[in-house]
Design a protein around this ligand. Sequence first.
Ligand code: CTP
Length: 408
Amino acid sequence: MTGKRILLIIGGGISAYKCLDLIRRLRERGASVRTVMTASAGQFITPLAVGAISGDRVFTDLFDREDEHDVGHIRLSREADLIVIAPATASLLARMAGGLADDLATAVLLASDKPILAAPAMNPRMWLNPATQRNVATLQADGVRFVGPNSGEMAEKGEAGPGRMAEPLEIVAAVAAMLAGAAAPGPLAGRHVLVTSGPTREPIDPVRYIANRSSGKQGQAIARAAAELGARVTLVTGPVSLPDPRDVDVVHVETALEMLAAVEAALPADIGIFAAAVADWRVAKAAGQKIKKDKAAGAPALTFVENPDILRTVAARGPSRPALVIGFAAETENVVELGKRKRKAKGCDWIVANDVSAAGGAMGGDRNTVHLITAGGVESWPAMDKAEVARRLLLRAANHLLQTQVAV
Ligand code: CTP
């Protein structure tokens, strides 16, 4: 970003405070940052703080004679390589979509022919309001790009859902991609996708464990496809003999309990996909030392306790539940019927049911035959590569979020 000039328009929302970090991060990467604050932004952070961090004047007033004389709203946009709006409030988006120029921020935007990136932030109900969604669609059609909003807890107590401003580093990544001339972000840009994958290993003693035949291929293919479609991806994986996929945050775990802890630590996410073959039981008390053969005592008896059901636990979470929770059902018979039952029992939105009988070759193989089970019915997909299953599933998920008006 060295030498690039960013014009940051700060809207009036509580997440305006994150702009101080955003400015710092952009400048760290060699960009210069000039700022315009709307009148309401001044209710949340002061021009003094913004000016101190940006190392430049802060522009606030369309009719400020000095500002207009020195720079002017036309020059402000002309002298930028890219304009970032953060937080892009519902009101700012509406005024932009309507082509208004009733303050310095909107006048600059209307006068600009530069690439514009908006990082929306607002209450989830405001975001989901059809008026806001219409405005976002209009702005997208006008070429404005969006990063976020993310889902999660709001500043208002007890409120959660889509509307949190993307984190400064996510905004920086989107800026970098735009400056590099990257194509429009994929359909999952600004989304966080959490994937579990692989088997778990439940120890018996320090050298022995119980595991299963899961290869982790399908889960990894899902993580890779999500990253390719623009998502930030966290992959929580049990032990597999595959290299970590690129552009994915990989968390390696062994046991079901570790997997649950890693999943909880990675939340919130917009989409949770649970492809891991989690051991249903673990040995109640794994031996601290290697169990020795003892002729007199005979074969040791193992006592098991049930592992937590990670999918069910996440699906039952309140406000921090991902907007779309997808489980897998590995079955060897009655695949669709058992998959439907599993969808209900687990409380998830979708189930990808697959035949893991030896004949299907799904376990460990490169291909998979799956049925997508949703509240609306069952779709049986033809046999295809696990990478293709992953891509199709993620595209369906991105579309679903769009239709439920949670996405940009
Ligand atoms: N799953 C999970 N945590 C567990 C068990 C399963 O998250 N402790 C998830 C799997 O990742 C998968 C789904 O639940 O998405 C279904 O797993 P499956 O093993 O097919 O079903 P079970 O719940 O184990 O039921 P059963 O073994 O009786 O078929």
